[in-house]
Design a protein around this ligand. Structure first.
Ligand code: E4P
Length: 215
């Protein structure tokens, strides 16, 4: 399973990179707005910082506008993946971009039907938002299961990129289902390492060592 980091913050990207666990980055307009910086410069710096795919999202909601923005976004680096919102106009843009050899990530996906359309259009990634579904009382992980099954049934090449992750179990369950990628918030990346028994175990090993051999 690939791990992407879901952030537009350069410090978070750099720190996560130090652990060697990050295969790529996903951003969105909210995450970039949160940085408040010059967004063009920020996109450029993010693309330079990582070797793996970096998803940068278009703002337009019509195919023509999306294609125009996509042509600009890919200038930020060879690792750019153009993030396209799940709209019929978006599908038109995804088809054309895929024919141009430009990778796409179809975002704000909330249903298996939408995921099927994105794969048919030739998307490189589909981003189902599981946390947001959980928040409205629908099991987000069910959606991941359905999409993985559908894609396997027909050998679609579109990768399932689990998005809107809220906690470590989202990552673990997505891995058990066989999703290709999890895009993980910085905080959750560190929560994955936590277990109280690990802390206790380390503590007792160190104290036993100290008692016998000193520090
Ligand atoms: C994915 O690419 C999105 O940036 C992200 O996961 C959205 O999640 P949110 O529900 O935390 O905004």
């Amino acid at each position: 399973m690939k791990f992407f980091i879901d952030t537009a913050n350069l410090d978070e990207i750099r720190k996560a990179k130090e652990y060697g666990l990050i295969d790529g980055v996903t951003t969105n307009p909210t995450l970039l707005a949160r940085e408040g910086a010059d967004w063009k410069r920020q996109m450029e710096l993010i693309c330079k910082e990582v070797d793996g795919p970096v998803s940068l999202e278009v703002i337009a909601t019509d195919a023509e506008g999306m294609l125009k923005e996509a042509r600009e976004l890919v200038k930020y680096g060879p690792n750019v993946v153009v993030k396209i919102p799940m709209l019929m106009e978006g599908m038109k843009a995804v088809r054309q971009l895929s024919e141009m050899g430009i990778r796409t990530n179809v975002t704000v996906c909330f249903s298996p039907a939408q995921a099927l359309l994105a794969a048919k259009a030739g998307a490189s990634y589909i981003s189902p938002f599981i946390g947001r579904l959980d928040h409205i009382g629908q099991d987000g992980m069910d959606l991941i299961g359905s999409i993985v099954t559908m894609y396997r049934n027909y050998d679609f090449k579109t990768e399932v990129l689990v998005a809107s992750i809220r906690h470590p179990m989202h990552v673990v369950e997505a891995a058990l289902i066989g999703a290709d990628v999890a895009t993980i918030p910085f905080k959750v990346l560190f929560e994955l390492a936590k277990h109280p028994m690990t802390d206790l175990g380390i503590e007792s090993f160190l104290s036993d060592w100290k008692k016998t051999f000193g520090s």
